[in-house]
Design a protein around this ligand. Structure first.
Ligand SMILES: NC(=O)c1ccc[n+]([C@@H]2O[C@H](COP(=O)([O-])OP(=O)(O)OC[C@H]3O[C@@H](n4cnc5c(N)ncnc54)[C@H](OP(=O)(O)O)[C@@H]3O)[C@@H](O)[C@H]2O)c1
Length: 255
């Protein structure tokens, strides 16, 4: 059933992984999808072609969300295409980094926060004029916002800076939900566990897969589509009474 017929949707980081699967799910539900990407031009173009070939509407827009002007540039291009109304915003674009505590640089830290927190913060700010009654925002957070994963220790690589960007974005979700609720705008997070994408390269090794399955109640690797289906639901009328929430999509990780 098409639940987003006639709606407009922006998905950041739609060229690959979870964003791509989400763009496809929203398009299947009937939305006109704006597929944002950073560097992966070919992948974004093939996504748009796939959606159009299936009878849907889609456009690709590139912007580097790690730069100070990235969010404003993207918001301007979005408005030039959709006009006055954005129904669905999915803040998905993100980067990760694993390193030993002693090896993190200031640049690593700043790039992680610029991409995963500052970009989304200013994108919401810049898109406010086109978000209205019934619009909704879903942020792709992570289980690591609330759970320490891996083997903690000063000699072991850790994703603590990345994890703290997800903690920050979940705090923003609650604040955005409170501030924008009176305008009829819902804001939620979806918090995936390990999902088999380019980002989670450790799932490509036997040892990585074993650690992942060991954490989960459900014994298979999570797929981008497992997350995309939940995002599509959060964007639909079926989720009309959910706001300020973080929904785990992690196969029962670390129960
Ligand atoms: N995979 C997991 O296990 C997992 C688990 C929990 C949460 N998440 C979260 O889910 C989201 C998507 O992750 P994924 O696994 O699908 O990652 P991915 O396959 O590495 O894809 C990342 C996407 O973000 C875009 N992106 C990254 N930096 C950007 C920048 N500076 N400007 C514009 N676009 C940028 C990339 O665009 P280009 O390639 O076009 O540059 C790409 O489309 C992230 O927020 C991630 O933190 C992932």
């Amino acid at each position: 059933m098409s639940t987003l017929q006639g709606k407009t949707a922006l998905v950041t980081g739609a060229s690959r992984g979870i964003g791509r699967a989400t763009a496809l799910a929203l398009a299947r539900a009937g939305a006109h999808v704006l597929a944002h990407y950073g560097r992966s031009t070919q992948e974004a173009e093939s996504l748009v072609a796939e959606i159009r070939a299936n009878g849907g509407r889609a456009d690709a827009i590139s912007a580097d969300l790690a730069t100070p002007q990235g969010a404003a540039t993207l918001a301007k291009e979005v408005q030039a295409i959709i006009g006055e109304r954005l129904d669905v915003l999915v803040l998905n674009a993100g980067i990760s980094k694993a390193a030993r505590l002693a090896d993190y640089t200031v640049e690593d830290f700043d790039t992680l926060f610029a991409t995963n927190v500052r970009g989304p913060f200013f994108l919401v700010q810049q898109l406010l004029p086109v978000l209205g009654e019934g619009s909704n925002i879903t942020v792709i957070s992570s289980a690591v916002a609330r759970t320490v994963v891996g083997k903690p220790g000063v000699d072991n690589p850790s994703i603590l800076a990345y994890a703290s960007t997800k903690g920050a974005i979940e705090t923003l979700v609650k604040n955005w939900a409170a501030i924008l609720g009176p305008r009829g705008i819902r804001v939620n997070a979806v918090a995936p566990g390990v999902i088999d994408t380019d980002m989670s390269n450790f799932t490509k090794t036997e040892a990585g897969r074993e650690i992942t399955l060991g954490m989960q109640a459900l014994k298979r690797l999570g797929k981008a589509e497992d997350v995309a289906d939940v995002v599509a639901f959060m964007a639909s009328e079926g989720a009309r009474w959910i706001t300020g929430a973080s929904i785990p999509v992690d196969g029962g990780s670390k129960l």
